[in-house]
Structure formats: structure tokens, C-alpha cells
Design a protein around this ligand. Structure first.
Ligand SMILES: [Fe+2]
Length: 482
């Protein structure tokens, strides 16, 4: 059996956010040539999270009204976002980007020794200002605000005497605009393959990156975060921000909470592994399925209540598109070869997907199963498993009527989020598209176009498939999924 771990619904490790932030500004030397820079006006007040609007409508719910900005008219053309795809080895990890909003972003990197840190920032490539962190640390997390929407900035990071190469990021567009994102999962212990996936992703020029978890094989092993995620994705992460979900292999480890910067919504630091955000014309809901995210009988848990509120929130319902993602699918046809013991996550299938349908979510993305599966569930939610980021591949076990296409190959999703249509392309690392689905915003539940490619071969059948009936009964009776 492969190295997948037993899933538990409750992970009890306490976690805390590791961050170091800044409140000082000084003249910057972005291009590293010793020139003085113009005066900056960034207010980084030392509170990373408080600086960053999460766009999820929390405040609106509490106050009973929608405080999100009115959507702008959607431009038909989605602008290209060429990435400078060059790995910069100046620092141990990064620099990498998280939580882009129309007016802010978080810049992070890691150093071997505790040291100071600063972001040197300018619009275009011009140096304008420096935002310094307070104190010293190894993981540097500097929130930047006061930026212009949909604007390209040049940046370097500095710790001690070291200054990174020049990189760039784009702030998010204003609410209502289309964009492009890439999504993958389960790269874990396949860094060589993952590097080819990363190159494929860079080639489609996504504005943001979404991960459905299992980005490292063992979250508690510090070295793997570099060997399996931040190393292979280094060049991509310099220029495109990452919005990850947590997988079972991350193990709810402290490393995850230290290395990711995610928007909090309660005093419980672990609630950062469930979050929501609005990017352009889309509302995203990210769920940690390894906590109790569903009601216990008639009793709402903290998370089930939050998810329910998020799905129905003004921010979600005002968006042109609603997308949820998590590590586990509701329906899975494949599993590890020789072990057909998993057919999906029952609470996702029985509670979450119906809730998403009730709130007219367009898509639910997951990983966990190593390959690609696509179908339509609950009358209109497109469920896609995209767990082909680099880990060893699964094979087909069983037939769910809800699932249309199953293909166990390394791949990523290239998603063009337009004004009226949303097109998802399942793409091999070399750029070839093997399946696709297109949705229209005005006809929820209708596929206006879909694949697969004519020459897509039938899925590899799991050698354990004949015992499936028995295994499936056992799984549905409450046995752990693997
Ligand atoms: Fe997994």
C-alpha cells in the first residue's frame, strides 16, 4: 500500500501562527544598485492578519449587511500575466506570495538563521519604498497594503546582507473581474514530476495558484516543505500567490501554520485552515476536512456553522462564481492500486455537497485520489478531483453514476474565469488538454461544453477492483477511508 495515512476527522494538535511583521519604513533600493529611492507611504502596522481584508463577508454577516465593494463591470478579455520563471536561490525558501487582495499582499521567505527582513517595493521595476519587519526571525512574513488594484509591482526581499533577485507580483483585480487560476494537489513525494507540473502551470500564466492539499508527504518533517513544495515551485511562487487547502499528509503540523499566511476568522489558530476569499468575480471557500466540518446530528459545530454562513454570505452570493475546495472528494472512483478501500468522504458527500448545491456553488475541487475525475453532483455542482501533482498514481475501482471521466495521470487544472463562462481544462504538464468542462453563469447546473479528448484511454483498472463491492459496504458503514 502506498504511504497515505489514516484519515482522522479530528486533529488535536494546537497550532499558532508564526509571523514577524514590520512597522518601519525607509527609503528603498529595490534594484540593488545603491540608488536612493523615493519616499514610501505604506502602513505596515505590525499586525499581519489585521491588515488584510479577507473579502469573505464576515463583518457583513455580523452586522447583517454586505460591506463588500460594488462589483465593477467585467472586462471580456482576461489579461495575460507573464511570469518571470526563474528560481532565485538567495534564500532558503522563497520569496513567495500569499493573500493577494486589490490593495495588499503578504510577502514571505525563510532564512537559515534568525535575522531581520524587509521588502523593497516599487510599481513596475522602480524602487519606491521599504517595508521592514519588527525584530528577527527565520520565517519572514511581511504584509503590504496601500497598493493599487490589478497592478504589477516589482519587489526584492532583504535579510541581513542578502538581497533577492527582482521579482514581480500583481495585486488582485477589483471585485467583478475575470482572471485565470491553476490548481493541483498531491504533489507530495514526487518532486521531479511536480517540477514538470510547475513548468506547465507557469506556461498558462495563472493569476493565482490553488492547492488541494498533500503538498508534502509528512508535514512534521521540516525538510520536506523545501524538498517537495517550496523547492520545486520556487520560481512559480516568486510571482504568483498560493491559496492552499490542507491535506492529510500535512498532518496539521505547526510547519503549515508557520509557512502559510492565511486569513483568520476566530481566535482559534487552526481555523486558518478553513478560510474564504473573494478574488475578482469569484468567491472561494476552502475547507479543512480533517476537522469536524459537518454537524453532529442536529448540533452545528463551530465549523459547520461557519461553512453554512460562508456559503450563504452576501460575498458568496454577490459573486459571479462560487467555488469550494478541500482535500477529499465526495465521490472517488479510484484509489491506490491493490487497495480499493476508499470511495470518497461521506460527510463531504452527505452534507457539504448538498449545502454547496443549495447555495448554487459552481464547482468543488479536491485531491486525495491520485489522478483526475470529473462529474456533476447534487444537480449542478461540478466535482473535480485533481490529485495528479506528482505523487504515485491511483487506479480505477468503482463506478459512481455521478462521475463522468476518470483518468489517472499527472496533470493540473487551468481555469479561465470569464464574465459569463468558466472553463476548466485538465492539462498534462506539457500543456496538452485531455478533458474540459465549461459552465455558463446564467444556467447553473448546465455544462455548455465538455470533454474528454477523443483519444483519452480508459482508466487503468485497480488490481483490487473485483473485491470492491465488499470494500465499499465496509467504507460506507463508517470504516476509515484508508
Ligand atoms: Fe491525501
Amino acid at each position: 500500500m502506498r504511504g497515505k495515512l489514516v484519515v482522522t476527522l479530528v486533529l488535536l494538535l494546537l497550532a499558532a501562527v508564526g509571523c514577524s511583521t514590520g512597522d518601519d519604513e525607509e527609503l528603498a533600493d529595490l534594484d540593488g544598485d545603491g540608488d536612493a529611492a523615493v519616499d514610501g507611504d505604506v502602513d505596515a502596522d505590525g499586525d499581519a492578519e489585521a491588515d488584510l481584508p479577507d473579502g469573505d463577508g464576515d463583518a457583513a454577516e455580523e452586522e447583517g449587511e454586505d460591506d463588500s465593494p460594488p462589483p465593477v463591470e467585467c472586462r471580456p478579455e482576461i489579461p495575460l500575466r507573464p511570469l518571470d520563471f526563474a528560481a532565485d536561490e538567495t534564500f532558503d525558501l522563497g520569496p513567495y506570495l500569499m493573500q493577494p487582495t486589490p490593495t495588499g499582499i503578504v510577502v514571505m521567505w525563510r532564512t537559515i538563521e534568525e535575522t531581520d527582513g524587509a521588502v523593497l517595493l516599487g510599481e513596475g521595476d522602480e524602487p519606491e519604498r521599504t517595508i521592514e519587519q519588527e525584530g528577527i526571525s527565520t520565517i519572514h512574513e511581511i504584509p503590504i497594503d496601500g497598493l493599487e488594484p490589478d497592478t504589477r509591482y516589482g519587489y526584492r526581499v532583504r535579510s541581513g546582507e542578502l538581497v533577492s533577485a527582482l521579482h514581480h507580483f500583481h495585486t488582485a483585480p477589483e471585485p467583478g473581474q475575470g482572471f485565470r487560476f491553476a490548481l493541483w494537489g498531491d504533489n507530495q513525494n514526487g518532486p521531479e514530476v511536480f517540477q514538470t507540473v510547475v513548468a506547465g502551470i507557469a506556461a498558462v500564466q495563472p493569476h493565482i495558484l490553488l492547492g488541494v492539499g498533500d503538498h508534502v508527504q509528512t508535514g512534521s518533517e521540516d525538510a520536506l516543505w523545501k524538498d517537495q513544495l517550496f523547492g520545486p515551485a520556487r520560481a512559480l511562487f516568486h510571482e504568483a500567490a498560493f491559496f492552499p487547502a490542507i491535506g492529510n499528509h500535512e498532518q496539521n503540523s505547526q510547519n503549515l501554520y508557520d509557512l502559510y499566511s492565511l486569513p483568520p476568522w476566530s481566535d482559534d489558530p487552526q481555523n486558518e485552515s478553513n478560510y474564504s476569499y473573494t478574488y475578482g468575480n469569484t468567491f472561494f471557500l476552502v475547507i479543512n476536512v480533517f476537522r469536524i466540518f459537518f454537524p453532529l446530528g442536529d448540533h452545528e459545530t463551530e465549523l459547520s456553522q461557519w461553512i453554512r454562513e460562508q456559503a450563504a454570505s452576501p460575498a458568496a452570493q454577490a459573486a459571479a462564481w462560487r467555488i469550494a475546495y478541500a482535500h477529499e472528494p465526495g465521490y472517488s472512483e479510484g484509489w491506490g492500486n491493490g487497495s480499493c478501500t476508499y470511495d470518497g468522504n461521506q460527510p463531504v458527500r452527505g452534507w457539504l455537497l448538498p449545502l454547496l448545491a443549495e447555495n448554487r456553488f459552481h464547482a468543488y475541487f479536491a485531491g486525495h485520489t491520485h489522478g483526475y475525475e470529473r462529474g456533476v453532483v447534487e444537480g449542478g455542482v461540478v466535482e473535480i478531483i485533481s490529485g495528479g501533482g506528482g505523487g504515485g498514481l491511483d487506479a480505477w475501482c468503482l463506478d459512481w453514476p455521478e462521475t463522468t471521466v476518470a483518468h489517472y495521470a499527472h496533470h493540473f487544472l487551468n481555469v479561465e474565469v470569464g464574465c459569463d463562462t468558466l472553463r476548466i481544462e485538465a492539462t498534462y504538464p506539457d500543456g496538452e488538454v485531455f478533458d474540459w468542462v465549461e459552465l455558463a453563469s446564467d444556467s447553473w447546473g448546465t455544462l455548455v461544453d465538455e470533454g474528454p479528448a477523443e483519444d483519452l484511454p480508459p482508466p487503468v483498472v485497480n488490481i483490487d477492483s473485483p473485491t470492491l463491492g465488499e470494500q465499499r459496504v465496509r467504507t460506507l458503514a463508517g470504516a476509515a477511508g484508508k
